[in-house]
Design a protein around this ligand. Structure first.
Ligand SMILES: Nc1ncnc2c1ncn2[C@@H]1O[C@H](COP(=O)(O)OP(=O)(O)O)[C@@H](O)[C@H]1O
Ligand SMILES: [Mg+2]
Length: 297
């Protein structure tokens, strides 16, 4: 059981460049009382324009992976103890905070589950978006115009610029976070459970917005989720984590149709049962059986 799992990164599309590559990444948290190996030997690739999912139960290490990939691990407590992270060809594994400042936002930006904790409570959201534009997109002369453009892109009314975060709904705050991220013109967006805290209708709206933005901007996405229905609909490939390790990966349709790891099998089964009432997950079997002869996406 100790031999390292060799992930299936899927076949590269013609010339698709790899934006993000983790190779046998290990991350450890060390507190006074204990040390936790939160991520062990994790290898993962996201290429230009791709939509890739990272799934796994709570505590399996997903957020740690996401934070490591943006240099956002808590200082002093967390440490990368092995492996490497390469962003657009640059090895960033040992980057200092100052170096991270240069790459964070562009080429890679991130949105989180709890926008409120990443927004400044005493600054109007328009200004927060403007700060992001000024910092990461220095070529923009008309910052005000760019903020308006970003608000429109995430389908927020222009009036939202004058609001403070607490005056907005959860869904609107997530759109603000997206606007801030897009202000950096990222080539890859890491979305860590971006809809978990939202009601079902708002979840669907945000997901459809993400889909449109990806198409419109040609942006790649690494979506972290425990909702397999969402992964089925949004992601071409999937990596499955279980207790800090990768246990399965491949094309979403293939992995869900015939999972090889018992954890994935259980996850798919549970998700189907939960989704059947909505009639959403049933399409997995139906769609799969009708598309097995055609090339998978
Ligand atoms: N700041 C931290 N300090 C110590 N341990 C942490 C910290 N953050 C996460 N962990 C531990 O790392 C493991 C993975 O956590 P996390 O990456 O948040 O998982 P997930 O996002 O899949 O729920 C868990 O065992 C968790 O308790
Ligand atoms: Mg998490």
């Amino acid at each position: 059981m100790n031999e390292a799992y060799q992930p299936d990164h899927g076949v590269a599309q013609d010339g698709a460049q790899s934006l993000l590559e983790a190779d046998r990444l290990c991350v450890e948290y060390r507190t006074r009382s204990e040390s936790v190996l939160a991520v062990q030997d994790l290898s993962l690739i996201v290429r230009e324009g791709e939509s890739v999912a990272l799934v796994g139960e709570s505590g399996s290490g997903k957020s740690t992976v996401a934070r490591a990939m943006l240099g956002l691990l808590p200082e002093r407590i967390a440490r990368i103890t092995g492996g490497s992270i390469v962003l657009t060809g640059q090895d960033v594994t040992q980057y200092t905070n100052d170096q991270w400042e240069q790459v964070r936002g562009h080429p890679v930006a991130m949105v989180f589950q709890d926008p409120l904790s990443y927004l400044n409570p005493v600054m109007r959201v328009g200004r927060q978006i403007a700060e992001s534009v000024k910092r990461h997109d220095r070529g923009t002369l008309d910052v005000r115009g760019r903020v308006a453009e970003l608000l429109e892109l995430v389908r927020l009314p222009a009036s939202a610029a004058r609001a403070y975060p607490h005056e907005l709904s959860g869904g609107m705050r997530q759109r603000v976070l997206l606007a801030i991220a897009l202000g950096c013109r990222p080539r890859l967006l890491i979305a860590d459970e971006p809809t978990t805290a939202l009601d079902v209708t708002t979840q669907a709206e945000i997901l459809s917005l993400l889909r449109d933005l990806r198409q419109q901007l040609g942006m790649a996405m690494l979506l972290i989720s425990h909702d397999l229905g969402v992964v089925w609909e949004e992601c071409e490939r999937v990596y499955v984590m279980f207790r800090s390790r990768l246990v399965e990966s491949g094309r979403t349709r293939e992995v869900f149709a015939s999972p090889t790891h018992p954890y994935t099998a259980g996850l798919v089964k549970a998700a189907k049962a939960a989704r059947n009432s909505e009639g959403r997950f049933e399409t997995i079997e139906g769609e799969y059986s009708t598309t097995t002869d055609s090339p998978l996406p």
